[in-house]
Design a protein. Sequence first.
Length: 110
Amino acid sequence: MERLSGKVAVITGGATGLGAAMATRMAAEGASVAVLDTDKDSGAQVVASLTAVSPQSAFYPCDVTSEDEVRSVFSAIADSFGKIDILVNNAGRHGPAGRHRLGRGLPGLG
Ligand SMILES: NC(=O)c1ccc[n+]([C@@H]2O[C@H](COP(=O)([O-])OP(=O)(O)OC[C@H]3O[C@@H](n4cnc5c(N)ncnc54)[C@H](O)[C@@H]3O)[C@@H](O)[C@H]2O)c1
């Protein structure tokens, strides 16, 4: 059963891991999927595997920490798809976070 027929899904961090799995499943359920990621090779590979069942799916290189890139990519998605039904804010790094020392090298701070 195609539960997402006619829907447009946007998945950040969709090139690998959980994001790629969600993109694959949503495409299988009939959605057109916009995959956003900094990893261009994996993103292109994932979308190539989706297009057999979801021909409109597309990869958009995008670093979600850049507001300019996000604005520009969402504008391109709006032009191509005309709407967004599902947004998955998945991009990120799993695992121990690095330690940051506030004030290092700043005048007046330790
Ligand atoms: N895997 C887990 O057990 C788990 C548990 C809790 C939370 N999460 C969260 O779920 C999300 C996915 O986890 P995963 O295990 O699939 O990770 P993953 O590392 O396999 O995939 C993350 C994807 O996000 C992309 N990405 C990273 N920074 C980005 C950025 N600034 N802009 C665009 N894309 C970016 C990476 O290139 C990668 O393709 C992460 O946000 C993670 O923190 C995962």
